[in-house]
Design a binder for this molecule. Structure first.
Ligand code: AHR
Length: 525
């Protein structure tokens, strides 16, 4: 492996007598906050083949479908128990006019997707198709409303169309279009990236617009009031959060933040062709979401000490170069063990901040950026589950569980930001070899996630359960021979989760041998 010289093991953990490489204390007697299931949220934008060809092929397609939804994709997502799905963007949302996507599909006008490659779309996937999909998946819809190029009236009527049961003009229009009952949408975003593609606004202007739009957002169901989510800052822009929190009108229940694991926006790098340096660098970079969460949380604490407003990381994940040969602007990328590790490390971080962090939506669910699923649309259509999908599947027990803080003692790696020799003043990041989080599930079991980021060395980890009495331990592992391994249509099972047997319970202690470059999730009962 190239450039390993820039990775230096700096600190051996304070282990004197044992042969273990690392120790973890799971503080079962000091439980933290509930991990909202919405932390496991997904995002589906009209972008590339996320919607058309990914989630939706239409009823007349050769590809097996359920009322137009791809059957294989639907089943895989159902299995993931996704809690919330954000739609229709992203940048697309501020160009989207919902009335073009209702009524008979053959009569809907086409639109040019101005943000993503100029692709023409036929609007066959609209409000009904999205909300019915959420209903079938058993997840909450999260609608992102158009502030950038829309109007207050347009947004207000959309909410009436979706949430008014009967007797209003929009409820009657919905019934005419074949849907009798209101969907009772809860999560509604007032714009997306208002600082950028959502209107290039200043925080002050956006905050005033939020106040104006939210004034007219009515609740139609007292049991399920709207949960309005404001468009928040780009990564670490705390001044946006400051202005918004200080001046909003009390209607925001969530404020978004977007953070992508990107080293260089002009040169994202290949999803599959990378060296050890890039791998470690990516993992160090994905961990930067933690200081960003803290930064915004601190500002929010100042104006909202009771934590009534949630921080919503409603876009996160890796963003690589598009796969060679794919359509420019469609953000179709492969997904390797490196992406899986980014997912695991990020979820471990999210679990530590659920006092403020109430939702996170990885970008995106199918065929775009760090996706769960990749499809092709040739013939009967193929589908593969990505390594990231398996991480989400393995972590399912964390949804709605109570976070248990962990103390980790392990080696750390020095990771240079640039692929160069260390020099004085360089921005060296510390990357712990072990990432871990734990939680108590509603049924009382203890779930522990452990990742070993080392490409070469397995890690033996001794885990102190702080008095938790467990009789059994079961688990699964995700690893592969090479870090750049991925699943494709010819080789769909190169990287997949398998049963894990290297966890031993003895005298209240748990010992786990983690293979190099692996994530393990254990459940103790
Ligand atoms: O997820 C892709 C794009 O990234 C979204 O449309 C936008 O909100 C962000 O910049």
């Amino acid at each position: 492996m190239k450039k390993l010289t820039t990775l230096v093991i700096t600190a051996l953990c304070a282990l004197t007598v044992s042969a273990q490489d690392a120790t973890v204390k799971v503080n079962t007697t000091k439980p933290g906050y509930k991990i909202n299931k919405e932390i496991y949220g997904q995002f589906a934008e009209h972008l590339g083949s996320c919607i058309y060809g990914g989630l939706w092929v239409g009823k007349d397609s050769q590809i097996p479908n359920i009322d137009g939804y791809r059957k294989d994709v639907f089943n895989a997502l159902k299995d993931l128990q996704i809690p919330v799905l954000r739609w229709p963007g992203g940048c697309f949302a501020d160009d989207y006019h919902w009335r073009d996507g209702i009524g008979p599909q053959s009569q809907r006008p086409s639109l040019r997707n101005n943000n993503w490659g100029g692709t023409m779309e036929d609007n066959s996937f609209g409000t009904h198709e999205f909300l019915n999909l959420c209903e079938m998946l058993g997840c909450e819809p999260y609608i992102s409303g158009n502030v950038g190029s829309g109007t207050v009236e347009e947004m207000v009527k959309w909410v009436e169309y979706m949430n008014s049961e009967s007797g209003t003009p929009m409820a009657e229009l919905r019934k005419k279009n074949g849907r009798e009952h209101a969907w009772n949408v809860k999560y509604f975003g007032i714009g997306n990236e208002a600082w950028g593609c959502g209107g290039n606004m200043r925080a002050e202007y956006y905050t005033d617009l939020f106040r104006r739009y939210s004034t007219y957002m009515r609740d139609y169901n007292p049991e399920k009031p709207l949960f309005l989510i404001a468009s928040g800052s780009n990564a670490g822009d705390a001044s946006w959060t400051e202005v918004f929190m200080k001046n909003q009108n009390g209607r925001a229940r969530g404020l978004s933040v977007h953070y992508y694991t990107v080293k260089d926006w002009d040169n994202h790098g290949s999803a599959t062709n990378f060296d050890a340096h890039s791998y470690y660098n990516t993992l160090a970079l994905c961990r930067d979401i933690e200081p960003i969460i803290k930064l915004h949380s601190d500002v929010m604490d100042k104006y909202d000490p009771q934590k009534k407003v949630g921080l919503m990381a409603d876009e996160w994940g890796t963003w690589w170069d598009e796969e060679p040969g794919t359509i420019k602007g469609h953000l179709y990328q492969q997904n390797t063990m490196r992406d899986a590790m980014v997912a695991a490390l990020s979820l471990d971080i999210f679990h530590q901040h659920t006092d403020r962090l109430k939702m996170a939506n990885i970008a995106q669910v199918v065929n775009v950026l760090q996706s769960m699923i990749l499809t092709d649309q040739v013939g009967q259509g193929h589908m593969v589950l990505t390594p990231t999908y398996y991480i989400f599947k393995m972590y399912k027990p964390f949804m709605e569980a109570t976070n248990i803080p962990v103390d980790i003692n392990c080696q750390t790696l020095d990771v240079l930001h640039d692929d160069q020799k260390p020099a004085e003043g360089d921005n060296i990041k510390k990357l712990p070899v072990i990432s871990c989080s734990a939680a108590k599930t509603q049924s009382g079991s203890l779930v522990i996630a452990l990742s070993n980021v080392s490409l070469e060395k397995k890690q033996e980890v001794a885990i102190d359960l702080d008095g938790y009495k467990a009789k059994t331990v079961t688990g699964s592992v995700l690893t592969s021979k090479k870090v750049a391994d991925y699943n494709d249509f010819q080789h769909p099972d190169v990287v997949k989760a398998t049963d894990f047997k290297q966890a031993k319970l003895k005298g209240g202690k748990l010992t786990v041998t983690l293979p190099a470059m692996s994530t393990v999730v254990l459940e103790l009962k």
